[in-house]
Design a binder for this molecule. Sequence first.
Ligand SMILES: Cc1cc2nc3c(=O)[nH]c(=O)nc-3n(C[C@H](O)[C@H](O)[C@H](O)COP(=O)(O)OP(=O)(O)OC[C@H]3O[C@@H](n4cnc5c(N)ncnc54)[C@H](O)[C@@H]3O)c2cc1C
Length: 605
Amino acid sequence: MVQQIADKRDIDFVIWEQLEGESILKHDSFKEYNRKTCDMIITEARALAIKELLPTLAEGDKQGVRYEDGTVKVPDSFHRVYNLILEGEWNNLTVPPEMGGQGVPFFIGAASAEYFMGANYSLFVYATMGNGTARMIYLYGTPNQKKTYIPNIITSKWGGTMLLTEPQAGSDVGALTTTAVKNPDGTYTLSGNKIFITNGEHDLAENIIHPVLARIEGDPPGTKGISIFIVPKFFVNKDGSLGERNDIVCTGVEEKHGIHASATCSMTLGSKGKCIGYLLGEERQGMKIIFNMINSARMGTGLQALSNASAAYMLAVNYARERIQGKELQNMRDASAPSVPIIKHPDVRRNLLWMKSYVDGMHSFFYYMTMCMTKGIVAETEEERQYCADLFDLLTPVIKDYLAVKGYDVCVQAIQIFGGAGYTKDCPVEQYARDCKITSIFEGTSGIQAMDMLGRKLGRKNGTIYMNLIGEMQKTVAIAKNIEGMKDLSEKVESTVNRLGEVSLQIGKMAMAVDFKVAFAHSLPFLNVIGDTIMAWMLLWRAIVARPKLADGAKKRDFAFYDGQVKTAEFFIRTVLPEVMGRMDAIEAACPAAIEISDDGFGGL
Ligand SMILES: Cc1cc2nc3c(=O)[nH]c(=O)nc-3n(C[C@H](O)[C@H](O)[C@H](O)COP(=O)(O)OP(=O)(O)OC[C@H]3O[C@@H](n4cnc5c(N)ncnc54)[C@H](O)[C@@H]3O)c2cc1C
C-alpha cells in the first residue's frame, strides 16, 4: 500500500534511528511509554487520520464555513469526525497530566499531529487550539480560573482562541486599541474590534474561551501597556453550568485563499457595553503571557507546513509512479517504444528529489526541535536543560518560517508533477498549496520572524547560543568525516557551516552599526540560509546513520530506504548548497539598493 500524508518509515527513521528517541523515554515523566507503545499511538493516529479525517478534506474546502447571524457553521462532515477525535482523546495528547492531558512525549504527539494536520488541518485545530489557551490559564490563572476553565477546554468540550489582531494592529500588536475598564467587583469591561480570529465562533463546542489582549484605560501605549483577559462566550456559573451570553459576537467570517474550513472571524467586544473579562495574571503582563501560546503556535505552524508538504510529496511521488507519459530519453525517437511512468524522466526525478530533500530535512529538523523542547524540561542537569531550551528558543523563528516557506514551495512543485491535473480542483495538491500559504503569514509573518532572528535571537547571550548551534553542526561533520565514503560530502557541509558562521558575524555586526537598515533588508535571506544549512546538516546526519546500515547488508526494502538517504544528502549537498553559498555571498556583499531606492523609485505612480 502506498504511503499517505507522511512516510511512516521516514518518521520511524527520524525519531528512533537518527534522533534516538528511546533515550528520552528513559526519563521518569515518560515511564509509561516505550518504543512499542509509542509506535502504537502513531499507528492508530495515522489510521484515524487516513480513514476519517482525510475524507473530509476536500468537502471541507468546498463547503467552507457558513456565517449565519452571529453564528458560524463548520462543514457538515466535521461534526462526526470531531467527536471521534475527542472520543479517542487525540485532542490533548501532549498536554501534561497535571493539566488533564495525557503527557505523551512531545515527539510522539507531534508525529500523530503531523498525520492529523496533513489529513485536515482546519478540522484538527478546532479540537486542539484550546490547549494553548488552557496552558496560559494554567501558568498565570487564579485557582478559581484554573478550576473553572481548564478541564472543559482540555477535553475540547469548550474551544479556545487567541485575540490579538485588530484592523490597525497586525504585526504591530502594540498598536491595539481594545480597551478595558476596571469594575468595582474586580472584573473589567472590554470594548473593541478584533479581526482574523481563528475559531472565534463555531458550532463544534458549547462554549468558547477567548484570551483577549487589551489596554486598561490610562495604561501606556505600545506593548508595555497591554494586559490579557479571559473573555468567555458564555459566563460560567458557580456550579460549572453555563450562564448568560457575554457581549462578544462574531460579525463575519473571511472568504480566504485556503483553509476554507477554518473559521477566521471578526469579533466585536462590547457593542452593548457589557463585555466582561477577567484579568489573567498581572496588569500589563499581557505580552509576556500570550508569548507562551505564540511560541508553541509557531512550532505548530511549522508542523502544519511540513504536514502539507509531506502529504503533497507523497501524492506527487505516487502519481509519478503511475502516470504514463512519454518514452524514456534513450527511446525518444522510437515510436514503437513503450511509454513509461513519468518517474522515469530525468527532470521529474530531479524535481522529486528536490522535494524529498526538503521534506526529509524538515522532518529531521522538526523532530530535532521536539527533542530540544523536551530535553529543555527533562534533561538531567540544569546546564543541559538550559542548553537545549536556549537552542529551542534560538531556532523558533527558523522552524516557523523556513518550514512555512519551503513547505509551500514543495506544495507548488507537487502541482508541477501532476501537470494539468495539478492545476484543477480535483487534485488535492492544489488544495495543499493554498492551505499551506497561510503559514508564512499568521503567527508572525516571514518578515517578522526574520527580524526576530537577526535583531533578538542571533546576539542572545553574546552570541553563545548561536555558536552552540554551529558547534552542533560541526559535531555531525566530524563524525561524517570518519565514515567511509562520506568525506567529500562532509567537507562541503563543513565549508557551508563555516561560511554561515562568517556571514552571521558580519550581518550581526552590521545590524548594530549605522547600516543597520541594510542588514535588516537582508534579514529574511539570512534566516533562509540558516534554514538551508540546517537542511544540509540534517541530511548529512541522516546519511551517516544510513550508510553503515548499507555496509552491514540491510534487507532489500531497507536497502532502498537507506540508499535513498545517502542519495538525497548527495543531491542536496552537491546541487542546492552551491546556490546557498552564492546567497551567503550576496548577504555578505550587503547590497544597499533596497534601502537607498527612493519610495517613488519603486514606480507605479
Ligand atoms: C487565516 C488567518 C488566521 C489568523 N488567526 C489569528 C488569530 O487566531 N488570532 C489573531 O490574533 N490573529 C490572527 N491572524 C492575524 C495574523 O496573525 C496577522 O494577519 C499577521 O500577524 C500579519 O498582520 P497583518 O495582516 O496586519 O499584516 P501587516 O502587519 O500589515 O503586514 C503586512 C506586510 O508588512 C510586513 N511588515 C509589517 N510590519 C513590519 C515590520 N515592522 N518590519 C518588517 N516588515 C513588516 C509584514 O511582514 C507583511 O509582509 C490570522 C490571520 C489569518 C489570515
